[in-house]
Design a protein around this ligand. Structure first.
Ligand code: FES
Ligand code: FES
Length: 156
C-alpha cells in the first residue's frame, strides 16, 4: 500500500507492504544508501536514523509506524547544529576506520548532543551502547563526542 513519509525535509510516497522496515524503504526504494544494514535485529546500530529527533533502529521500524514523523538520515544530519558539530569532531579526531558502522554512530551521537549538550561519560555510554564497531573506534568516538560538546555554545 502507499505510504507518504517525510525524509530530510522532503515528502516521498512509497508503495510497500505495511511491515516493510524503514531501512529497506530508505535504501532500496529511495536509494539513500548512507544508512547501513548490519544485523537486521536491532543489535548493531548500523541502521540508526532519527524519527522526530530520536535515534531509532530503522531495521526494526515498520514503515506503517512512521506516519507523519520527520525522518532524518546521515545524508542530512550535517544540516543540523548538533550533527554539524559531531561531523566536524569526527573529522578532527579521525574517528573512522572501515566506516561501516559510522553512519549509525554519528546518528546516535547527534541525537545525544541535540538532547543533552553536555553529556557525562555515563550519558555517552548509555546513548552509544547499542552501536557496535568491529574496528574498535570507541575511544575516538568518545573523544569526538566530548569535543563536539565542548564546542556547544561557542558558536561552533
Ligand atoms: S541493522 Fe539495525 S541494528 Fe543492526
Ligand atoms: S569503523 Fe569499522 S566497524 Fe566501525
Amino acid at each position: 500500500m502507499a505510504f507518504t513519509i517525510k525524509v530530510n525535509g522532503n515528502t516521498h510516497t512509497v508503495d510497500v507492504d505495511d511491515d516493510t522496515p524503514l531501512l529497506w524503504v530508505l535504501r532500496d526504494v529511495l536509494g539513500m544508501t548512507g544508512t547501513k544494514f548490519g544485523c537486521g535485529m536491532a543489535l548493531c546500530g548500523a541502521c540508526t536514523v532519527h524519527v522526530d529527533g530520536a535515534a531509532i533502529r530503522s531495521c526494526i521500524t515498520p514503515i506503517e509506524s512512521v506516519g507523519n514523523s520527520a525522518v532524518t538520515t546521515i545524508e542530512a544530519i550535517g544540516a543540523t547544529a548538533a550533527g554539524a558539530r559531531i561531523q566536524k569532531a569526527w573529522l578532527d579526531r579521525e574517528v573512522v576506520q572501515c566506516g561501516y558502522c559510522q553512519s549509525g554512530q554519528i546518528m546516535s551521537a547527534s541525537a545525544l548532543l541535540a538532547s543533552n549538550p553536555h553529556p557525562t561519560d555515563a550519558d555517552i555510554d548509555n546513548a552509544m551502547s547499542g552501536n557496535i564497531c568491529r574496528c574498535g573506534t570507541y575511544v575516538r568516538i568518545r573523544e569526538a563526542i566530548k569535543q563536539a560538546a565542548q564546542s556547544t555554545g561557542q558558536g561552533g
